[in-house]
Write a protein that binds this ligand. Structure first.
Ligand SMILES: Cc1cc2nc3c(=O)[nH]c(=O)nc-3n(C[C@H](O)[C@H](O)[C@H](O)COP(=O)(O)OP(=O)(O)OC[C@H]3O[C@@H](n4cnc5c(N)ncnc54)[C@H](O)[C@@H]3O)c2cc1C
Length: 334
């Protein structure tokens, strides 16, 4: 089978790149091994224009967010399913220092940030215990990653262009003329493998760093699903009615087993913060594809223009991904 591009991985990177290339009329095949540790399915998948601790604008958010809106709204139309939802984030300030940082940033970013008034605080006290003020970031956007990735998988499947299996390097020959993988002849191969790219023999010299994060999926009856709640932990409403609760950033680890200690600490914090009962439904873990300097790794391999990479989306794959997918698509198709 002759195609233009063979894409390895269907997390958010492989999803967005295959979408852009198909939109450009190219022939594509995606190979993706289903995995419970896929970062894109473990993520909170929030697009937040502000940085959580300093409450200052996130780098390049003025470029990334319009591209993300455009892409996710187009995908909603094509797939006929909700993908993106506008929301707001409530930041519970734990102490005066937090309040001061938020208030200082509010002066320069009054379009995005405001403090809740006393009526709003009183109604919030029915569900949370807190002493200090609560800031609001609006808008933020929630991506329904599970829906997006599954519907995109179905879309690829119905066109017979998805192989749900592991890609093996031993079955791949890359020559000056083409890329041959089993019976597939492709013009180029693009690796969108997420954090496991550290072990990719073609790209293992790149400055990947190791970072794992985990989350609990909770049911919290009676808590409004209209907002994201943030106080060290973040509670993010999901389309299935559960709340995503996370996360930690672990730089040294040797496995992807859920940590009982982190879960215990999260439960203690939740019991202090929430007045409502909650039940834990799942505990999920994944590696973030982080890099030294938090720089995405995007472009051709130095040895051959037939090999490319789209990786290193780090902690902001859902906001930065659409912009970078368009960039690499333009580069690939010249
Ligand atoms: C706890 C946590 C919270 C997060 N929260 C947010 C957030 O709120 N907002 C945000 O924007 N980002 C968030 N992120 C970051 C975000 O998840 C990542 O930036 C993004 O998902 C990376 O996507 P990816 O496609 O590069 O990798 P992945 O999603 O890991 O996808 C890689 C895919 O490649 C497949 N693959 C790899 N090797 C092979 C092979 N040899 N053969 C076949 N298939 C292969 C894997 O199975 C996988 O399906 C979070 C991450 C974590 C872990």
């Amino acid at each position: 089978m002759d195609i233009d591009y063979l894409i390895i991985g269907q997390g958010i990177a492989g999803t967005l790149l295959s979408y852009e290339l198909l939109r450009a009329g190219k022939k594509v095949i995606v190979i993706d091994e289903p995995s419970v540790n896929k970062a894109s399915l473990v993520a909170g998948a929030v697009i937040n224009p502000m940085i959580g601790k300093s409450w200052t604008p996130a780098l390049h958010q003025d470029i990334f967010i319009p591209e993300a809106m455009d892409t996710y709204k187009s995908l909603e139309k094509i797939l006929g399913t909700p993908v993106i939802k506008e929301s707001s984030l409530l930041a519970f300030h734990e102490n005066e220092a937090n309040e001061k940082i938020f208030n200082a940033s509010q002066i320069n970013n009054s379009n995005n940030l405001h403090l809740l008034d006393s009526k709003q605080l009183t109604s919030l006290k029915e569900h949370f215990r807190f002493e200090n003020t609560v800031g609001c970031v609006a808008p933020v956007w929630l991506i329904d990653a599970e829906n997006l990735l599954q519907y995109w998988r179905n879309y690829l499947n119905t066109r017979n262009i998805l192989l749900a299996e592991k890609f093996h390097f031993d079955d791949c020959q890359i020559s000056e003329r083409n890329v041959q993988y089993k019976t597939i002849k492709a013009d180029k191969i693009i690796f969108c493998e997420g954090a496991v790219a550290r072990n990719n023999p073609l790209f293992n010299a790149l400055p990947f760093t190791k970072n794992r994060g985990e989350a609990l999926l909770l049911s919290i009856p009676h808590l409004s699903t209209e907002q994201v709640y943030h106080q060290r932990l973040r509670l993010i409403p999901r389309a299935d009615g559960l709340f995503w609760c996370g996360s930690n950033y672990l730089w040294a680890f040797d496995n992807l087993q859920p940590s009982n200690e982190w879960r215990r600490q999260a439960e203690v914090q939740l019991k202090k913060w929430l007045c409502l009962p909650f039940e834990i439904h799942n505990h999920i873990v994944a590696e973030r594809p982080t890099t030294a300097g938090q720089i995405p790794l995007i472009g051709y391999h130095s040895s051959s223009p037939r090999i490319a990479i789209f990786n290193g989306l780090g902690t902001r794959g859902f906001s930065a991904g659409p912009f970078w997918a368009k960039q690499i698509c333009n580069q690939l198709i010249g």
